[in-house]
Design a protein around this ligand. Structure first.
Ligand code: GCO
Ligand code: MG
Length: 403
């Protein structure tokens, strides 16, 4: 029986901050897990170093479910993003180890391929209408079959999804939190025009998505969903903050626009009502936020019963280790819907090597044993952690609001 000999946390900032767990066995095989929690990275690295790693030493790395339950039930304090990201990192690393020891890609351990390729959606971020139309067109030309459109809103200075100076969009900025501005009225008046223009320009075929980023009340979300129905969105994401799960009943009464929720959720208990009452169409919780592959299997299987498909979060603040885990998982389950794909910075790719690939709008996890991702620790050491936070958001009168 192999044993966990040691484990370490690697915090680095190649283009942005990442927290990576590396678990070593006494047989020389190691596994990687992602524990990155945007803006709260050090909380998870210290949770792992101080409270989790000491409990792992000497355990059998093949007992993935038992170790998961030990860390979840054994902490007594359940759920939450810090705890669940730490458990997720251990879980990913153990699946990686198991795959390497059995010399097979992780998707094979999860039941094998359920499809040939994974449809991904890209981000088109524009400062205004014409810029956004151009960005959507550019991504369709790159082969993407599905594109999420975000746009600057007339009359609002700085908002979610709009890059500074036409650069790539990366919401976390160095230093303390910057401030964005918000007006629901201006947003709601503008958004249907954006999607009408996109349909007029690109026709019916491309899948179009949009992220409200938690900014509407249920009745406002109902209005927006209804007004964009003629443009048949693939989904409307996070239209309201979702702590109040029953509020989605109100949205559902008003619109047939498909709804996606869950990138900030951590466990099956956060979405139980949303799924079992069929209030959403896509669940977005990612492998790193949702306690790893072991817990996400339960979530995906539960969702399948209620016709809810997956659409995992895949922004750049999820490391290539989470992206690889997601792709193995997406390939294996029947109720896969779509996968978010926000390509990492070139510098990130110097630190993490990967076997997953993108081609013509689809992604493939590759056939390397385990997850197929590695970290170059010498390269990582060149990019030490830099404090960076997501912005905060205020209404035009100064009221603190959801970002
Ligand atoms: C998305 C997300 C991200 C988040 C980011 C926060 O749908 O891609 O909303 O852009 O804002 O992951 O850390
Ligand atoms: Mg989102």
């Amino acid at each position: 029986m192999a044993k966990i000999k040691s484990a370490k946390v690697i915090v680095c900032s190649p283009g942005r901050n990442f927290v990576t767990l590396k678990i070593m066995t006494d047989e020389g095989v190691y596994g990687l897990g992602d524990a990155t929690l945007n803006g709260r990275e050090k909380a998870v690295s210290s949770y792992l170093e101080e409270h989790v790693i000491p409990c792992l030493i000497g355990r059998d790395p093949s007992q993935i479910e038992d170790i998961w339950q030990y860390l979840y039930k054994g902490a007594y304090w359940r759920r939450g993003p810090v705890t669940m990201s730490a458990i997720a990192a251990v879980d990913m690393a153990l699946w990686d180890i198991k795959g390497k020891m059995l010399n097979t890609p992780v998707y094979n351990l999860l039941g094998g391929k359920s499809r040939d390729k994974i449809m991904v959606y890209a981000h088109a971020n524009g400062k205004d209408l014409s810029d956004t139309v151009e960005e959507v067109g550019r991504h369709l030309e790159m082969g993407y079959k599905a594109v999420r459109a975000q746009s600057g809103i007339p009359g609002i200075d700085k908002t979610y999804g709009v890059p500074k100076d036409k650069g790539r969009y990366e919401p976390a900025e160095k230093g303390l939190p910057k401030e964005d501005q918000w007006s629901t009225e201006k947003y709601l008046n503008y958004l249907p025009t954006l999607f009408k223009t996109l349909r007029d320009e690109f026709g019916d075929e491309p899948h179009l998505l949009h992220d409200c980023h938690h900014r509407l009340t249920p009745i406002e979300a109902g209005r927006l969903g209804k007004e964009v129905e003629p443009y048949h969105l693939f989904w409307l994401e996070d239209c309201t903050p979702a702590e109040l799960q029953e509020s989605f009943k109100l949205i559902r009464q008003h619109t047939t626009t498909p709804l996606a929720v869950g990138e900030v959720f951590n466990s099956i208990w956060d979405m139980q009502e949303l799924i079992s009452s069929q209030l959403i169409d896509y669940i977005r919780t990612s492998i790193v936020r949702g306690g790893g592959i072991s817990h996400m299997k339960k979530i995906a299987n539960f969702a399948e019963i209620y016709h809810v498909r997956t659409g995992f979060h895949g922004a750049t603040d999820l490391s290539p280790v989470t992206m690889a885990s997601a792709l193995h998982f997406d390939l294996s389950i029947n109720n896969f819907g779509i996968q978010e794909h926000m390509p990492h910075h070139e510098i990130t790719e110097e630190v993490f090597s990967r076997s997953y690939t993108f081609e013509d709008g689809f992604m493939y996890p590759g056939d390397a044993p385990g997850l197929g991702v590695d970290i170059n620790e010498d390269e990582a050491a060149k990019y030490p952690y830099e404090r960076a936070y997501l912005p905060v958001n205020r209404k035009e009168d100064g009221t603190m609001f959801n970002w």
